[in-house]
Ligand binder design. Structure first.
Ligand SMILES: [Zn+2]
Length: 63
């Protein structure tokens, strides 16, 4: 099981409402992200903003 204690999520710089997984201040997929970090528990939540979640980050997390 993946440890999520040290994970955050952050919005990518290329597109709004697209989130990446942040570990040690870097996204897992290598995309640049905004400085504002959110708790990992929000990963996968969808609201009226129609958030999207990076598939590459998710894939790398599961490895
Ligand atoms: Zn990503």
């Amino acid at each position: 099981m993946t440890k999520i204690d040290n994970l955050n999520i952050a919005e990518g710089v290329e597109a709004i409402w697209v989130y990446h997984i942040i570990k040690n201040d870097k996204s897992l997929c290598g995309h640049k992200t905004l400085d504002k970090k959110l708790p990992f528990t929000l990963w996968g939540k969808r609201t009226h903003n129609n958030e999207k979640y990076c598939k590459e980050c998710e894939y790398r997390l599961e490895k």
